[in-house]
Design a protein around this ligand. Structure first.
Ligand code: ADP
Ligand code: MG
Length: 551
């Protein structure tokens, strides 16, 4: 048996590790399962290029809790490590990673917003264990090794008789961490962090009911079988191509993400970009309800299918935090403070990419099925209005699809509204006056009076709308929102027919002969009377038979 000393400058790193983000001790399991996953995926890669002479098969990762002996085992069938590799990767690499992280953490400790979600890796095992063993056999033709460390910088390393390829990590759980010896607690962590990891993870077995054999009697019990309980879905929807997924697949994935959520989402947005940053994901527009337990379901952030957090503040623009779903990106730095995160260039790009995708999706929903969009408007307006207020780029796009409902249930875009009222609803300063009611019942007599005058009255009652009106008044020229019960409603000016040509008779004659000159022999009729509702000073008409001849 060999012993050695872990080569670190900070001798007291273990107390530091113990202290590290106290409430986050639970991430040890995610870190160890991530390593097991990495080891399995590395083997898959080596096997595929012929560098590992092994049958890759259908490897899984197994987690076992041995409450009597106060141990947790994490077993993989991955690449394994030789003795040299244990020395290099565990004693040096893992440790230097942990050390570097803790150095950074110490500096950042004052910054309350630190996101210490990653970085400690293998050594996070010492947050919950007083002793850690590694029994590992490499895919290479080399003997298995057994490494053991009791939480001091000393370790021992000796041969092992392990015959199957892969690595087993054994944690001897410390007195203050016995909560992790409860099956229910471990299952909770596995579901929280590993639900969508790419390699199947087994935790115990479960009983499966089989179909009754032929000729079985009515009250014969159905036969059962013990099968591996695989806690994860290794191929979640967001890792697939949108073209391979149906509407139903997206809905099913929503239920998988939020099993307690019974309301269906309104629509989804599949995110998929690999340049200049890597990001995949699916966002859902939920039906907003008053049930607070449902608002708890938030967007979840993953890195390579490993759950990181459901606090995406700083990564997703605030107005989109009301959405649900997942985003997965290895390009989001996570061992940094929130303020750093917000200033980070890559994160800024991610945030504006998400905003753009959401705006594009809304644009296409609006264009492709206006009726459906109108029906959903009530459920999505808060997000859109909030977005228009807070993000100028979103405003520019949303301005084309944001809807303004009338008291009679018609929906106008701003442009449509403007066209409808511009000749009929201006004030003495020539400002366009948008009349609105905020309460249909209470203001009904004013609404009726305004409608009698031929005015269009909107129903704008969402809490954000007053702010949005202000925004619209400042970003569009000559616009004013006036509530239907305000006193100057009576003074609105109905514009005279502005479409009448302003040219004098003489000018008209001159222009007419010039046009005739240019178009002579074409058989066109030239009319100098302006069209109603158009600013055209003249009209050229081509006889129908000539038009047809060209077809
Ligand atoms: P990281 O995963 O970021 O590299 P870790 O501290 O988690 O850092 O792990 C350090 C190294 O130890 C890994 O890079 C890997 O080489 C090795 N290692 C850890 N766990 C395993 C395992 N289950 N199988 C094979 N190698 C492992
Ligand atoms: Mg790791």
């Amino acid at each position: 048996m060999a012993t050695g000393k872990i080569n670190v400058s900070v001798e007291n790193i273990f107390p530091l590790i113990k202290k590290f983000l106290y409430s986050d001790h639970e991430i040890f399991l995610r870190e160890l399962i991530s390593n097991a996953t990495d080891a399995t995926l590395k083997l898959k890669h080596l096997a595929s290029i012929g560098e590992a002479k092994v049958e890759y098969g259908n490897p899984m990762i197994e987690v076992k809790v041995d409450k009597d002996n106060k141990r947790i085992h994490i077993i993989d069938q991955g690449i394994g490590m030789t003795e040299e590799e244990v020395k290099k990767y565990i004693n040096e690499v893992a440790f230097s990673g942990a050390e570097e992280f803790l150095d950074k953490y110490k500096d950042a400790e004052k910054d309350a917003g630190i996101i210490g979600h990653f970085g400690l890796g293998f050594y996070s095992a010492f947050m919950v264990a007083e002793k850690v063993e590694i029994i590992t056999k490499s895919h290479k033709e080399e003997p298995a090794v057994h490494w053991s460390c009791d939480g001091s910088p000393e370790f021992s390393i000796e041969p092992s008789d392990k015959t199957e390829r892969g690595t087993e990590i054994i944690l001897h759980i410390a007195e203050d961490s016995t909560e992790f010896l409860e099956d229910a607690r471990i299952r909770e962590l596995l579901v929280k962090y590993n639900k969508f990891m790419p390699i199947p993870i087994k935790f115990g077995t479960k009983t499966e009911t089989l179909p009754k054999p032929e000729g079985a009697k009515e009250d014969d019990p159905a036969p059962t079988k013990e099968v591996d309980d695989i806690i994860n879905n290794p191929n979640p929807a967001w890792t697939k191509q949108p073209t391979d997924l149906s509407e139903e697949d997206y809905k099913n994935f929503y239920r998988e993400l939020y099993p307690m959520q019974f309301e269906e989402p309104l629509f989804h947005i599949h995110l998929n970009v690999d340049y200049p940053f890597n990001l995949t994901g699916i966002l859902y527009f939920p039906k907003l309800t008053n049930d607070l337990s449902i608002q708890k379901d938030k967007i979840q952030l993953y890195q390579n299918q490993v759950f990181v957090t459901d606090n995406v503040e700083g990564i997703v623009p605030e107005f989109l935090t009301m959405l649900k779903g997942v985003i997965d990106s290895p390009d989001i730095p996570l061992n940094v403070s929130r303020s750093y995160l917000q200033a980070d260039g890559a994160v800024k790009k991610i945030s504006s990419y998400i905003t753009r995708k959401v705006a594009d999706k809304l644009t296409s929903l609006f264009k492709n099925n206006r009726e459906d969009f109108e029906q959903k408007w009530n459920d999505i307006k808060v997000v859109i209005e909030y977005g228009m207020l807070s993000e100028d780029k979103f405003f520019d796009k949303a301005d084309k699809f944001a809807l303004y409902p009338s008291v009679d249930g018609d929906y106008y875009t701003f442009e449509e509204l403007e066209a409808k009222i511009k000749d009929n609803q201006t004030d003495k300063d020539d400002k366009l006056v948008v009349l609105y009611a905020s309460d249909k019942e209470a203001q009904h007599s004013y609404i009726e009076a305004a409608q009698k005058k031929g005015y269009e009255v909107l129903l704008l009652d969402s809490p954000i709308v007053p702010h949005l009106m202000q925004k619209l008044e400042t970003s569009k020229e000559n616009l004013s929102f006036v509530r239907v019960d305000a006193d100057h409603v009576d003074n609105l000016i109905k514009k005279e027919d502005t479409a009448i040509s302003k040219l004098s008779e003489e000018e008209k004659e001159k222009l007419k002969s010039e046009i005739e000159e240019v178009t002579k022999d074409k058989g066109y009729t030239i009319q100098m009377e302006a069209m109603e509702s158009s600013a055209s000073p003249f009209i050229i008409t081509e006889p129908e038979f000539m038009r047809r001849m060209k077809e």
